[in-house]
Design a protein around this ligand. Structure first.
Ligand code: ADP
Ligand code: MG
Length: 227
């Protein structure tokens, strides 16, 4: 079953002489549980695509279905709730709340949704993220790698069916990058989560199930790459 369907998606910024056609009639599908890497030159439209999939922006044309739901047919409120429950975001900038501790940051989306946090899963995540000793620290007391692991914990904690990551290892050294990717792959296998990750790192893209290349707003499927 396809978890994601992108259909004839187009996005233009601005108008007239200064208009930029950031995405040009893009269509593809992603089956449930697949790990997709998105590669392409800077300015090619990768972040635009990811933001549209996450419902953070609206297209000029086309549709996106997540688990069969037409996301652009939802009103703002419904979209916010849908996003909180079904999509985990990991950005290059960690966007942690500076006044909340590590564990509060990880649980934040669930608390925001008035749900009871799964404390067993919290322990499991703190453990695999190697953050147990840091659980009561504030983000400002952590290294970049540790902060990124908190952001990943936050994205995974709701057990979203879809994880969207925009160059999540951009600020990390190679050892930390490998760890982060291994963790995401493990989660996607264990909980059948679908991952769409923008990356400049060839080693990372090679560890994905499939690579999509974005070039000047056009998406090309480079096929399966895992042996
Ligand atoms: P990438 O993530 O591949 O580097 P982006 O999706 O950020 O590329 O950008 C694609 C194109 O759209 C670029 O030409 C960029 O300058 C333009 N663009 C992106 N966001 C905006 C915006 N908010 N307003 C105007 N132009 C934008
Ligand atoms: Mg980008």
């Amino acid at each position: 079953m396809d978890l994601l369907e992108v259909k004839e998606l187009s996005k233009q910024y601005g108008s007239g002489d200064t208009a930029v056609q950031a995405l040009k009639n893009v269509s593809f599908t992603v089956p449930k549980g697949e790990f997709v890497a998105i590669v392409g030159e800077s300015g090619s439209g990768k972040s635009t695509l990811l933001n549209l999939i996450g419902g953070l922006d609206t297209p000029n044309n086309g549709k996106i279905y997540i688990d069969g739901n037409d996301i652009f047919s939802m009103n703002d409120n419904a979209m916010t709730v849908f996003r909180r429950r079904n999509i985990g975001f990991i950005f290059q900038a960690f966007n942690l709340l500076p006044e909340l501790s590590v564990e509060q940051n990880i649980m934040f989306p669930v608390l925001l949704d008035y749900q009871k946090p799964d404390k067993v899963y919290l322990e499991e995540l703190l453990d695999i993220l190697n953050l147990k000793e840091r659980r009561n620290h504030l983000p400002g007391q952590l290294s970049g790698g540790q902060q990124q692991r908190v952001a990943i914990g936050r994205a995974l904690f709701t057990r979203p069916s879809l994880i969207l990551a925009d160059e999540p290892t951009g600020n990390l050294d190679s050892a930390n990058s490998r760890e982060v990717i291994a963790l995401l792959k493990e989660a996607s296998t264990k909980y059948e989560q679908t991952i769409i990750m923008i990356t400049h790192n060839m080693n990372i893209s090679r560890s994905a199930d499939r690579i999509l290349n974005v070039s000047d707003g056009v998406v090309t499927d480079l096929g399966r790459c895992r042996e």
